[in-house]
Design a protein around this ligand. Structure first.
Ligand SMILES: [Zn+2]
Length: 624
């Protein structure tokens, strides 16, 4: 991204095939004419080989879901969210969201998107990533009852912080996830908060038939009727999906001047249904287009989205005239800009310089009978050569600053995140040993018999599954109550306590639990090493004790022997002579006798010859 205040785009082709120059200053289009000769800091000369478009706008996405692209396919929304998406998202750390958002921005820039309406949590991280990438975005301050950090206090706190910043490229919405994840009280609060602070309200609405059925069951009315009743709906509402709408609901949306977002690929992929375009268009409701998150699309390319959007409507309504190229292009630019309150979506003096250059030499545009037709039906993101947002060049000849680094870091984070998640989902039999905080994997077998067939059928649904689930939870609890040593040494009593609990709990299902056997207890690698070291230390301790005990016995015996020698006269001499004999057997030893002087004097007296005080030395050495 180059830091420029002035930019001149020369000889660029407009959709009406005219060739002009565009002068940009401080992020806005200031002049459009032929032959502009102004000295600017940055200049792009297209030489008539590139066409210009307003930047495309993604009306509904979850940018940080880029890490989940291709992770869960062929599932319906509810199962897809609960079994696959939410478990991974719960593991996502700020650095994951940061790189995932950057990766999404990279993909969007590469495919000509300059602005997107985002719904995710950790808005401060998204803002950092998006600002660094230079894109424009509406950041949702998320309100969702089931996630930590999705409550109104956090929204209030974040808004206090964010509104103090005068972000150039970032504006805000209150992103109430959906009517099935946000309670009535919070929806009403969000509506009032958005009104008071002049914010957009972003929500998933009537995406599936199930959602509508649940709403009728819970509130006695359809989702749009429910939202209207609590006063939620207004022209600041961006309603993502809006598939399952009755005529009455469409009329309410018209009266309330709401904006709706068509997400064709996501709706098709999740089998959610088909957006009622003809009815909404007839009612003059403002329609935008969105990709939704990368996990349900699996692309952020709005060129592809435009094509799918149009073709799906033509096929479903059996009408080739429906959703023309002009209509879908306007939906992706002007309509979205209006809904998101962005002064862009059209190339005009005074509008924001959010612009995209298309390489007319790209094979997708040959032949070029109809530029708009090529854009919608033949192009994809790879036709985009340059992207400018807020007057700054984000991509020049398909190169984006730091793109290699973003790809590398993202791959690194993806590997860590999904390895972590793999470990978590495989842990069916894993239990944390609460007493000593060690995780162990335990395999167990449960033997039981049905003693009341009637109860087993009538009192429980999916008996085998229920017993298995109960056994797993009980095992986790029971194993969690004991230390690792107890678990390893008192396996039988732990099994018995599990059996007793399960047996009692399954009485109502007509089941008698005969036995529970804990089979394999697998310890983590680190724990195995620790136990190995402990066993080694134990053996060393025993060896030292045995040696010390031996020394005590030896010392006692020696003391006894010394006593015996001392009590028998001459015994010590005999012992000394015996020792001399032992020593002299080895020629390498030298023996020195120390004889008292008085003894020698006695010899001197006897011989009368001696005049010298001498010590007799008897020497025996290897030299003699
Ligand atoms: Zn969505």
């Amino acid at each position: 991204m180059e830091n420029n205040n002035t930019l001149l785009i020369k000889n660029v082709i407009f959709p009406d095939k005219s060739k002009k120059d565009i002068y940009i200053e401080n992020g806005y289009i200031v002049r459009i004419a032929c032959g502009i000769n102004k000295k600017t800091k940055y200049k792009i000369d297209c030489c008539g080989k590139k066409a210009i478009l307003p930047g495309l706008i993604n009306g509904h996405t979850h940018s940080a879901m880029s890490f989940l692209q291709g992770y869960a396919d062929d599932l319906a929304l509810k199962k897809w969210l609960e079994k696959k998406i939410w478990p991974v998202e719960k593991q996502m750390r700020p650095e994951d969201i940061y790189w995932a958002t950057k990766l999404a921005c990279l993909k969007m820039i590469k495919t000509g998107t300059t602005c997107f309406n985002d719904m995710y949590w950790m808005p401060e991280i998204s803002i950092k990533a998006i600002t660094e990438m230079g894109l424009r975005a509406i950041i949702g301050l998320s309100l969702i009852d089931i996630l930590p950090g999705g409550d109104k206090k956090v929204v209030e706190k974040n808004w206090r912080i964010f509104k103090a910043h005068n972000y150039r490229n970032i504006s805000f919405s209150i992103a109430t996830h959906a009517i099935y994840t946000v309670c009535k009280k919070n929806l009403v609060w969000a509506k009032n908060f958005a009104k008071k602070n002049n914010l957009l309200l972003h929500i998933h609405l009537s995406e599936t038939k199930e959602e509508v059925d649940d709403c009728i069951k819970k509130h006695g009315m359809r989702p749009v009727e429910y939202l209207d009743k609590i006063g939620f709906l207004g022209k600041n509402c961006i309603l993502a999906h809006s598939i399952w709408l009755s005529d009455k609901e469409i009329n309410i949306l018209k009266i309330r001047k709401c904006n709706v977002v068509y997400n064709p690929c996501s709706n098709m992929k999740l089998g959610s249904g088909i957006f009622p375009y003809p009815k909404l268009n007839k009612a003059n409701i403002n329609i935008c287009i969105g990709t939704d998150g990368s996990a349900s699309n699996n692309s952020l390319d709005l060129f592809e989205e435009m094509k799918f959007a149009s073709l799906l409507q033509k096929a479903y309504n059996k009408n080739s005239a429906i959703m023309s190229t002009k209509e879908i292009f306007n939906i992706t630019t002007q309509n979205a800009a209006n809904a998101l309150r962005i002064n862009s979506g059209i190339i005009k003096i005074g509008k924001l310089a959010d612009l995209v250059l298309i390489d007319l030499k790209n094979i997708c545009l040959i032949p070029n009978h109809n530029f708009l037709s090529n854009l919608v039906y033949s192009c994809n993101g790879s036709c985009v050569s340059d992207v400018i947002c807020n007057g700054k060049i984000l991509m020049r000849n398909r190169r984006i600053k730091d793109e290699d680094k973003i790809i590398k870091e993202s791959q690194k984070r993806i590997k860590i995140l999904f390895n972590k998640n793999k470990g978590r989902s495989k842990n069916k039999g894993r239990s944390k040993n609460k007493k000593d905080n060690i995780s162990v994997s335990v395999n167990a077998v449960i033997y039981y018999k049905i003693i009341h067939a009637e109860k087993a059928i009538l009192e429980v649904q999916r008996l085998y599954h229920a017993v298995s689930q109960l056994a797993q939870t009980t095992m986790r609890n029971a194993v969690g109550q004991v230390s690792l040593d107890q678990l390893l040494s008192e396996r039988e009593s732990v099994s018995e306590s599990i059996r007793t609990i399960i047996d009692k709990a399954t009485d109502a299902w007509g089941i008698k639990v005969d036995n529970v056997e804990l089979k394999d207890i697998t310890l983590p690698e680190e724990m195995k090493r620790v136990i190995g070291r402990q066993a080694e230390a134990e053996r060393e301790k025993r060896a030292i004790i045995i040696k010390a005990e031996g020394e005590v016995i030896a010392a006692n015996n020696m003391a006894k022997a010394a006593c015996t020698l001392a009590n028998s006269s001459g015994a010590l001499h005999l012992r000394t002579l015996q020792s001399l004999n032992d020593i002299s057997s080895d020629q390498s030893n030298t023996i020195v006798f120390a004889i008292p002087l008085e003894v020698l004097r006695a010899f001197e007296t006897i011989s009368n010859k001696g005049n010298k005080d001498k010590i007799l030395l008897s020497k025996k050495s290897e030299n003699q």
